[in-house]
Ligand binder design. Structure first.
Ligand SMILES: [Zn+2]
Length: 510
């Protein structure tokens, strides 16, 4: 079974901002989790390169749209490498392969008799690449999102018969799992209930786009083009690279993770386009929330935009991942607070998890000849049960994309083990020789718990997980699957432990 997951195809007006980093980290973590379960994963990201806004940005910079796109597209790839994003496909919508897939798809939609020529009149936001309702028809109409003046359009466009799919779309969006989270689902249901209108899928007087066959002066509307990137990505750089090949290899997508602002395109227009072409819609569309900073919306005018590259350099990948994945419930808005960030990283990762590992491995090395203890009956059933329950809950949360709750299960387990250690006080017991078997028992169970913690952190914090497992001598030491490794009691007895090093550095306040 193939598991296909996508980030949005990011618009190339600028290098990645924190919001794109957030979406991409979520997808990365889910992709890593599915790979650990042994599933074949296709993790797709990429860039949406066409449209009027890009053409204008390029002309302001006095470069060609293509060279502008090359530059920004490279910066996305660079960035995802720095963030160690494990994507499998990076699609560029200006590629020839993508244009071929769009054309193939368009022919199928024509065959369904879903394309016609009409007149498009209305107020257009170039920033949104979308027509806006403007009941008072004022020439000063502004986009509520971009706060920029709308532009009046009156031109011949090709239209897609969205209205024909009213019933099918209603059925789809009412399905239990198609749209998440639930609040967003209701917004979409409400919108659709007002009646779907056909929408124009071509633009005239716009060169920077894919030319519509048989209509020389038209290019495809940027959304009609970009959404297909999710499918064209699958067969890019493959020897078989038609639309059909893409579908066979990995469609429908299991999940599109997107910002809540583009949910309508993904939950309504895109499935209708696919139904028209006789292709299955995606299985799920998940709209995540927006990030604010210290309770305020980030924006150029406020001068409070948080640059993800600065965060990465200053705090490192794992710290930022932990904050975004553990502290924000997927679907909710999240707030980035510097003090809270530093506290969470220091408490959770450096103290609760890091110190637990360092303390217990130091004690084991000191008392047992640089090794794990050697004992007959090694399992504390209370801890073993707690570990197994943690694993079960973690998996059931991850399956529902509740990464924050899965992360919190790991943390709760680590807190429980810290309490166990403090309660048992092996450093006091060791002073009397007759307690030696008890000490071995305690240390073994704590070290084994650290191994489980390290494994569970793998999709969330891949490097930190690695550091934990290295310190236990347990990185890639056998051919067992991740799930098999989660069985309790696999940490070997009387086994050499490397010298402990902090798994993460403590952070300072600004
Ligand atoms: Zn706008």
């Amino acid at each position: 079974m193939t598991f296909t997951i996508t980030t949005p195809l990011y618009y190339v007006n600028d290098k990645p901002h924190l919001g794109s980093v957030y979406t991409t980290i979520i997808c990365d973590s889910i992709a890593r989790y599915k790979r650990l379960l042994g599933e074949k994963v296709i993790f797709i990201t990429g860039v949406d390169e066409h449209g009027l806004k890009i053409q204008r940005t390029a002309s302001e910079k006095k470069v060609s749209p293509q060279s502008h796109c090359d530059e920004i597209s490279d910066s996305f790839i660079e960035n995802w490498k720095k963030w160690e994003i494990s994507f499998d496909k990076f699609i560029r919508t200006s590629s020839e392969h993508h244009a071929n897939i769009v054309n193939e798809f368009y022919q199928k939609v024509i065959k369904s008799d879903d394309i016609y020529m009409g007149i498009q009149k209305g107020w257009y936001c170039v920033g949104c690449e979308e027509f806006k309702d403007n009941p008072d028809n004022s020439p000063l109409a502004q986009c509520p999102i971009h706060k920029k003046n709308l532009e009046w359009r009156d031109e011949e466009n090709l239209f897609f018969r969205l209205s024909k799919y009213q019933n099918q779309i209603e059925e789809l969006i009412n399905k239990e799992d198609f749209i998440e989270p639930k609040e967003r689902k209701n917004e979409i249901i409400n919108f659709v209930s007002k009646g779907l209108k056909d929408f124009s899928i071509s633009r005239t007087n716009l060169d920077w786009g894919i030319k519509v066959p048989d209509h020389n002066s038209h290019t495809f509307y940027v959304w009609f083009d970009a959404l297909l990137g999710y499918i064209s990505a699958i067969s890019m750089e493959e020897s078989k690279n038609t639309l059909e090949d893409s579908i066979v290899m990995g469609w429908p997508a299991n999940i599109h993770i997107i910002g809540k602002d583009i949910l309508r395109f993904h939950a309504i227009y895109w499935p209708a386009m696919l139904l028209s072409a006789g292709i299955s819609p995606p299985k799920k569309v998940f709209g995540h929330g927006f990030l604010t900073r210290e309770g305020q919306k980030m924006g150029k005018s406020l001068g409070n935009i948080l640059d993800p590259e600065i965060l990465l350099t200053k705090y490192g990948n794992e710290a930022v991942r932990w904050y975004l994945l553990k502290d924000i419930a997927l679907g909710n808005d999240g707030d980035f607070q510097n003090k809270r960030f530093v506290d969470i990283i220091n408490n959770d990762l450096a103290n609760t998890i890091g110190n637990l590992l360092n303390r217990s491995s130091s004690m084991s090395r000191k008392w047992f000849n640089n090794k794990t203890p050697n004992l007959e009956d090694k399992n504390d059933s209370k801890i073993k049960d707690y570990a197994n329950k943690t694993i079960d809950k973690y998996i059931s949360f991850f399956e529902k994309y509740k990464i924050d709750l899965a992360s919190n299960e790991i943390l709760k387990f680590a807190i429980f083990i810290n309490l166990y250690l403090n309660d048992k006080q092996p450093w006091t017991l060791i002073k009397d020789d007759k307690n030696i078997e008890d000490v071995k028992f305690i240390i073994y169970n704590v070290l084994e718990s650290c191994r489980i913690i390290g494994l569970l952190l793998q999709p969330i914090l891949p490097n930190l997980s690695c550091n934990i497992l290295i310190q236990l001598g347990q990185l890639n030491n056998d051919n067992k699957s991740w799930k098999e490794k989660l069985n309790w009691g696999l940490l070997p007895l009387d086994y050499e432990l490397p010298e402990p090093k902090p798994i993460i550095n403590k952070l300072d306040y600004d």
